[in-house]
Design a protein around this ligand. Structure first.
Ligand code: ADP
Ligand code: MG
Length: 569
């Protein structure tokens, strides 16, 4: 037997890092701006604790394209680096200065929002550049350094004449990546990844109208001045306390998130927790109008105000992926597969927390203004019903606010409904019979008939309703649901004193005969007598269990598992 040590050298892992570190080349910009942001946040922290004796001022980060020289520049006014620090932080692949900083300033720095983590982000620059330069000067007044590397493990380091504090990264964009020299492309990336980063980011300039002087002449021509084009909002709503924000602020932020979305959200939920995990965010309930084919991937995930993804699958419970908004958490492990995510304890806690907050919010909306809640019901019921089926915790809490509307737009809670039908809608086993319609138009005559008999008819018309009914029946032994066109309803409502048909006996027999030639009497019941409403001379019904069986077959037969609604997404 022999043992040995696997020899890993920079020569063989460097190309791998460049090639496989990130599948998406465009994230290099996010990484470099994150580093510039970290450098600025670190300076802010060090000045605030008195360790850096310099003026913090109003630092910005600038992104600049130099088309002629085919370079892209990212310039910050942060802590900068001495030549030794470049050696230490840049030349040592996978050594994170961000992590070291957090370790060193443990307690005081935990809220600085430092982004870096793995000590690899910088090297993403080589995915789009064949040469990278760093020109940097530390706040500590050491000589400025100039580092140049062409993507091989060799680099050169010389002194630089840079006088201002901070770092400039220069990317010599490679031939196959010239799209990153286009203003539109960079604009798009900045909008996508950096829109809410905490340090102002300048990209070019723009014209701004000067205020009109007080006694301006009639023909006054507005004058313009050139100002920095700041592409981000460094203090987005979710970083603030709910008490600082008005309803209008929340709506404004919704428009900032979805500039192309003109419909206002129904309500919002502000998330804010720092133990046992860190998470902030704002979720919005959009108008869903029962349509399940709406686009998912509307919730954006951030880490310390850096956009990460709009695919929150595995992080947010599936039924809530229909919502919109942002979630910001440094505690979600992102460099792992989605299936691993679902097994991660922290992620499970986060998902449960979000579910609980949504349930709490719904409950408070219900309690505070029931009328308003009833009006919104149709737009939110899909999410709620889906949640009841897929999340046990949500189901438990939902009893406090779930509504069961009737075809006449009366809204019952389950408790109220039971109370309302307990004297008039029971079957031979003493069960409460909930009569419902799934389509107001096609079941119109049945609805009228049942109403004429004095029954409450619910309108349960969402696509997952048959699954929901099964669940409700399972959990409420005293309840049984029958659709308004089921023959069970007829059994229930046939009483001694029911009116007789408008037709004579002979007419009835004839009619039955005719109908039976077109409708299979084995699966349907044709009833010509004992109808109470004046509208229909006869009624065709079907046993409830028969219809359900067919429905189950057509929706895959399953019950509550998420996998049983393939037709929905
Ligand atoms: P991470 O950000 O995860 O620590 P990076 O590879 O992105 O790893 O960066 C490595 C280190 O290089 C950083 O931690 C930081 O110490 C240093 N660094 C990178 N960019 C800058 C910058 N613009 N200003 C100052 N230091 C920087
Ligand atoms: Mg980094």
């Amino acid at each position: 037997m022999s043992t040995g040590k696997i020899n890993v050298t920079v020569e063989n892992i460097f190309p791998l890092i460049k090639k496989f570190l990130y599948s998406d080349h465009e994230i290099f910009l996010r990484e470099l701006i994150s580093n510039a942001t970290d450098a600025t946040s670190k300076l802010k922290h060090l000045t605030s604790i008195g360790e850096a004796k310099v003026e913090y001022g109003n630092p910005i980060i600038e992104v600049k394209i130099d088309k002629e020289n085919k370079t892209l520049h990212i310039i910050d006014q942060g802590i900068g680096m001495s030549a030794e620090e470049v050696e230490k932080y840049i030349n040592q692949v996978a050594f994170s200065g961000a992590e070291e900083f957090l370790e060193k300033y443990k307690d005081s720095a935990k809220d600085t929002g430092i982004i870096g983590h793995f000590g690899l982000g910088f090297y993403s620059a080589f995915m789009v550049a064949d040469k990278v330069e760093i020109i940097t000067k530390s706040y500590k007044d050491t000589p400025a350094a100039h580092w140049v590397c062409d993507g091989s493990p060799e680099f050169t380091m010389t002194e630089s004449s840079k006088t201002e504090r901070g770092t400039e990264i220069i990317l010599h964009i490679a031939e196959d990546s010239t799209e990153f020299l286009e203003e539109n492309k960079i604009s798009e990336l900045l909008r996508k990844y950096n829109k809410f980063m905490p340090i102002p980011i300048k990209f070019g300039t723009r014209q701004e109208a000067l205020p009109q002087p007080e006694n301006a002449p009639e023909d006054y021509k507005t004058e313009y001045t050139e100002v920095d084009n700041i592409i981000n909002n460094p203090t987005p709503a979710w970083t603030k306390q709910p008490s600082e924000l008005s309803d209008a602020d929340y709506k404004k932020f919704y428009n900032e998130l979805y500039p192309m979305q003109f419909e206002e959200p129904l309500f919002h939920i502000h998330l804010n927790v720092d133990y046992p995990f860190n998470l902030t965010g704002i979720l919005y309930f959009p108008k869903l109008s029962g349509d399940l084919n709406i686009q998912k991937d509307k919730i954006q995930l951030y880490q310390n105000q850096v956009f990460v993804t709009d695919n929150v699958e595995g992080i947010v419970p599936e039924f809530l992926t229909m919502l919109r908004g942002v979630i910001d958490s440094p505690d979600i492990p992102l460099n792992v597969s989605r299936s691993y995510l679902q097994a991660d304890g922290n992620v499970k806690k986060i998902s449960n927390y979000i579910t609980r907050k949504v349930a709490d919010k719904l409950k408070s909306l219900f309690n505070e203004n029931r009328e308003d809640f009833e009006q919104k019901w149709n737009d939110i019921k899909v999410v709620i019903e889906y949640g009841m089926l897929s999340e046990a915790k949500f189901y438990e809490k939902s009893a406090d606010f779930v509504l069961y509307p009737t075809t006449d737009e009366k809204y019952y809670t389950l408790t109220e409904l039971k109370e309302a039908i307990k004297d008039k809608q029971t079957d031979k086993d003493g069960k409460l019979v909930v009569i419902y319609a799934s389509n107001k138009e096609t079941q119109h005559s049945y609805i009228e008939e049942a109403k004429a008999k004095g029954y409450e008819v619910l309108l349960l018309d969402s696509p997952i309703v048959s699954h929901l009914i099964q669940k409700l029946e399972m959990d409420n032994e005293s309840l049984t649901f029958v659709r308004v066109d089921a023959d069970h309803v007829d059994n229930l409502i046939r009483k001694e004193d029911t009116k007789i048909s408008k037709l004579t006996d002979e007419e009835q027999t004839k009619l039955k005969e005719v109908l039976e030639t077109v409708i299979p009497a084995t699966t349907f019941t044709i009833q010509t007598e004992a109808l109470d409403s004046n509208s229909a001379p006869f009624m065709i019904t079907q046993p409830e269990f028969m219809r359900r069986m067919k429905e189950m077959q057509s929706t895959g037969g399953g019950m509550f598992g998420m996998g049983n609604f393939p037709e929905m997404y």
